[in-house]
Ligand binder design. Structure first.
Ligand SMILES: [Zn+2]
Length: 117
């Protein structure tokens, strides 16, 4: 009888294929590998999601205010963490969930104007 073997990507043991598209040696290995992948994804996104939530919180507390870039940084805001951006003819609006900010020029110079969508 002709048997085909494969290496399990979880436990790295060789096993005999029961089906041609079989990837893992057992259900336990398949589940363990999927859980491992899910855990790695959660760890990867946890920090970014935390920063986005914190940025949104800061913007919500400063709605309709105008601050300098440094004032916003002092409050803990991290630039570069947004959920969307909208290019407008005069400036770009940076969106963080339901709040946003744009750079504008006024008598104090370049400031950040915060708004709610
Ligand atoms: Zn295995």
């Amino acid at each position: 009888m002709n048997t085909t073997t494969k290496n399990c990507p979880n436990c790295h043991n060789n096993f005999i294929l029961k089906r041609l598209n079989q990837k893992y040696c057992s259900d336990a290995c398949r589940i363990q590998k999927n859980n491992e992948r899910s855990r790695a994804f959660r760890e990867l996104t946890k920090n970014t999601n935390y920063i986005l939530a914190k940025n949104r919180q800061i913007l919500s507390e400063l709605e309709a205010e105008q601050l300098t870039e440094i004032e916003l940084k002092i409050k803990g805001f991290k630039f570069g963490y947004v959920t969307n951006f909208i290019s407008k003819p005069k400036s770009t609006e940076f969106i963080c969930y339901d709040y946003g900010y744009r750079m504008i020029e006024n008598r104090k110079g370049r400031v950040i104007e915060i708004f709610k969508l």
